[in-house]
Ligand binder design. Structure first.
Ligand SMILES: C[S@@+](CC[C@H](N)C(=O)[O-])C[C@H]1O[C@@H](n2cnc3c(N)ncnc32)[C@H](O)[C@@H]1O
Length: 388
């Protein structure tokens, strides 16, 4: 239920484009892809130069934004041991965007870079699954492609390679040859912030995902809307800070596209070590956040509603025999029944994870709002209202 009056008074007021001054005067401008200025090609060229020429390895980074904090899960650690060193040396990710239990899935990695996450996924999905990496920087693609066939055939022992790398822009997956509803899992690691048109990226993700598919990705977000001098600074942009969206704007963007209930899986603050860059950023705080967005048309609502449903995790996901973490407020112990809202029931029961869960109940009776917290951005402030 919304508390907005029918005349739309809660909607952000339209603001004229302010590229001349660079000032951001409203959410509409951010959501109309002008958060980095109007020169989208300029942004893409600057990012290509940064990842193709300025950086040689992750040691060249000036901040910890493109560095992953914390150890990945054991199955990922095992897979990483077999990834070629040169691929790992050019890794610039900020998280661990790998759900477990993805065997047989069709995976698409947006901004795959030198391919580290694709190499890991190629092992996790097995020979029946497939992995496609899309990136626009040729130098990164060259490294990703260099070892791909040998890795699939010799290291993984597959009869045919299940991994490929495509040159393209993530805003135009259609031009990169990715058909509608052809992907089960979209991953991405520290890339969307670099895009000059984040709305288009999310729309494309929604298009290419099959129903029941998921976007599971890590990226950099900010606790506020950044000023123009930060958004357009080439080093801050390249280091994945300048283009970071205010996290509440990101949630708004998700909802516009059809991902109505974005779930936060994990979040950790990013340390900016460089004094000069820190000075430019002021009090803004940055976070590496892993989000889960499910494409479940007609099944996901903006608020969590109670239909008297319950779910039980079967303990069958590899690497998670005892419990499964859906997000920052749902950890399901194997074999135990949990009351869940309609959205959560759909996420675990009707998505690619469905075979690992039992869900009882349907939506024939509604019992009101479900107390489903504490996802800060997605949860209502009080029962009955979400906006204003
Ligand atoms: C921070 S690096 C991350 C690379 C990789 N995901 C990893 O974890 O190592 C960003 C990568 O995204 C690519 N990229 C940035 N914006 C892009 C866009 N609009 N379209 C395609 N690739 C993009 C860059 O070329 C670069 O390889």
């Amino acid at each position: 239920m919304s508390c907005c009056p029918p005349n739309g008074a809660c909607k952000p007021k339209p603001s004229p484009p302010s590229a001349a001054t660079g000032a951001v005067s409203g959410i509409s401008e951010l959501l109309e892809a002008q958060q980095l200025g109007t020169d989208q090609k300029g942004v893409l060229d600057s990012v290509k130069e940064y990842y193709g020429e300025v950086l040689t390895t992750s040691d060249d980074l000036k901040t910890s934004a493109c560095c992953t904090a914390g150890a990945p899960p054991p199955l990922v650690r095992d897979a990483l041991k077999r990834v070629p060193d040169e691929v790992k040396a050019k890794y610039y990710g900020c998280g661990s965007p790998f759900p477990m239990g993805i065997e047989g899935l069709r995976v698409l990695d947006l901004g795959s870079g030198s391919g580290r996450d694709c190499y890991v996924c190629a092992a996790l999905v097995g020979e029946r699954g497939s992995v496609t990496g899309v990136d626009m920087t040729q130098a990164q693609l060259a490294v990703a492609r260099k070892y791909a066939d040998e890795y699939c055939s010799q290291t993984l022992g597959y009869a045919a390679p299940n991994m490929r790398f495509v040159e393209g822009e993530i805003e135009y997956l259609d031009k990169a040859g990715v058909p509608d509803s052809s992907v089960d899992l979209v991953i991405s690691n520290c890339v969307i912030n670099l895009s000059p048109d984040k709305a288009r990226v999310l729309r494309e993700v929604y298009r290419v995902l099959a129903a029941g598919g998921e976007m599971h990705f890590s990226d950099v977000y900010c606790d506020r809307r950044l000023p123009a001098e930060v958004r357009t600074h080439p080093v801050l942009l390249g280091e994945c800070l300048g283009g970071a969206l205010y996290m509440e704007d990101f949630v708004r963007l998700c909802r516009q596209v059809g991902f109505l209930d974005p779930r936060t899986l994990s979040s950790s603050e990013i340390e900016v070590r460089d004094k000069e860059l820190k000075g430019l950023l002021g009090d803004a705080r940055f976070y590496s956040i892993t989000y889960r967005l499910f494409k479940l048309p007609e099944a996901i609502e903006t608020l969590c509603e109670d239909y008297g449903q319950a779910c039980k995790y079967k303990g069958t996901i590899p690497g998670a025999p005892h419990s499964y973490v859906l997000d920052d407020h749902h950890t399901f112990q194997a074999g135990k029944w949990y009351e869940v809202c309609g959205n959560t029931a759909a996420m675990v029961g009707d998505s690619w994870m469905g075979k690992h869960f039992e869900v009882v109940g349907d939506r024939s009776t509604h019992y009101g709002l479900f107390a489903c917290g504490p996802a800060p951005a997605a949860a209502p402030a009080a029962p009955g209202g979400a906006c204003c």
